[in-house]
Design a binder for this molecule. Structure first.
Ligand SMILES: Nc1ncnc2c1ncn2[C@@H]1O[C@H](COP(=O)(O)OP(=O)(O)OP(=O)(O)O)[C@@H](O)[C@H]1O
Length: 231
């Protein structure tokens, strides 16, 4: 369990969190939804340890974290394969290449492994970024709007690739999105944040197996309604 206890965080006079508490179950996919500016990214950064909080404590986090950002942050001078082998920090080049290949295959970019990022489309780069995050065996994966700005088909394709990777090791994932459907397709638990200082307005556990959600989209209708009807 990751436990945030009485976390307070302000940027000068702007109080984003005050006595904020949250428990995050490990091995699950957790999503933060909420209006723009409510503090989702700030919370993600606090959990990742990249942003200091003012008061409170966090238990159960790890330094061993990987990220997927909306801007993919691939190394422009390295091939797709090398972008992945670099994070593996392996002494054995052959093993590293083998592992990179496995993840490149899962995100269906095998024929592009010797390409450079600038030769790929936005969605392909995002697939590389997902493969790279999973190739690196972090305990926790944090994602800030990883599928934003992609068209629907590509988003579904990436969500499928993401789930295939996640099913391998069920690592703890915390992600931020504006997109209710993205949250409903992926999350075990959705936290809706609101207000200033931010509070958890609602927590919602989605008890439908993730693979069923794509094929029986209507099974998510009740949850969608619960979220959209929150006033
Ligand atoms: N480094 C910073 N310095 C000053 N203010 C900041 C800083 N980072 C965030 N803020 C402010 O904190 C508030 C919360 O920002 P945050 O990025 O966490 O929101 P968000 O919910 O992720 O928003 P969005 O959905 O638009 O990305 C905003 O008002 C923002 O202006």
């Amino acid at each position: 369990m990751i436990r945030l206890k009485n976390i307070s965080k302000a940027f000068d006079d702007l109080v984003i969190f005050k006595d904020f508490n949250m428990d995050i179950e490990k091995g699950k996919i957790i999503c933060f939804l909420g209006a723009s500016g409510c503090g989702k990214t700030t919370l993600l950064n606090i959990i990742s340890g990249t942003l200091e909080y003012d008061i409170g404590s966090i238990e159960g986090t790890s330094d061993n974290v990987s990220y997927i950002f909306q801007d993919t942050r691939l190394l422009p001078w390295a091939t797709i394969e090398d972008n992945i082998t670099f994070v593996l920090k392996s002494n054995n080049e052959i093993d590293a290449k083998k592992l990179a290949k496995k993840y490149i295959d899962i995100v269906k970019l095998t024929q592009f492994c010797k390409y450079y990022p600038k030769q790929l489309s936005g969605g392909m780069k995002q697939r590389v970024s997902i493969a790279r995050a999973f190739a690196y065996k972090a305990e926790m994966l944090l994602m800030d709007e990883p599928f934003q700005g992609l068209d629907y088909d590509l988003k579904i394709e990436l969500i499928n690739a993401f789930l295939e990777l996640w099913e391998e090791d069920n690592r703890t994932v915390v992600f931020v999105t504006h997109d209710i459907d993205e949250a409903l397709l992926l999350a075990d638990k959705i936290y809706i944040l609101e207000g200033r200082p931010a509070k958890i307005k609602k927590e919602l556990s989605i008890d439908i197996p993730k693979r069923d959600r794509m094929v029986k989209k209507e099974s998510l209708d009740n949850y969608r309604e619960m979220i959209t009807k929150i006033d």
